[in-house]
Design a protein around this ligand. Sequence first.
Ligand code: ZN
Length: 231
Amino acid sequence: MKNINETVKFGTPEISILVNYSDRAKNYSIHISNINNTAKLTIPVNGSYHQAITFAKSRETWIRDKLANNLPEISPEFGSEFLYQGQKLIIKKSKDRRVYKDENALYVSCEPNQLKGKLKGFLKIQARDHLDFISKKYSNILGRKYNRLTLRDTRSRWGSCTSKGHLMYSWRLIMAPPEVLNYVAAHEVSHLLHLNHSNQFWETVSYLMPDFEYHKDWLKKNGQSLHRYKL
Ligand SMILES: [Zn+2]
């Protein structure tokens, strides 16, 4: 057994993986510890470090998903941090009935036990506003109308589009940076033209949003963190 205190780091935001040589292992493998939520890369003693890193990098999305899924849930309360349009805001109590925000805080007026419900209501209204607006804009550009737009709280997908032109989105997208929400809309609205992920489909997405790759990547790497907030 060689030294196990080596750490490799890569990606943005950076992830750290503990490297471990094992004389019993036959293959490269990655294990996520539930105890301290760390990723561990095992290299067989006769394996190559370089190949092991290539292997770990090829599984970056899987590692990020696992680490994010293991993160504890966040239960919003007055004074705690909240995510809205990619910004971290402190939840503050206000006297105004409407929910509003400034650069640093989100102001809500209610009793502590009503906070989650109030935040969820606010997110849904905002998500609908933004998703309606951007979906309409993109659908006008493509000259294809959609029939319905519904919001859900889905874990497996951020949006969908049916052959009948029915769009569905996760309202949690309003917690992500605005461009990320726009990307999901560009993606789903492009399905009004192409009900597949063909080259023409991706060309349509890129026509609507030339820098979409960057935002698609953000969602892949950070999307799971939006589910941490218990509402
Ligand atoms: Zn799709």
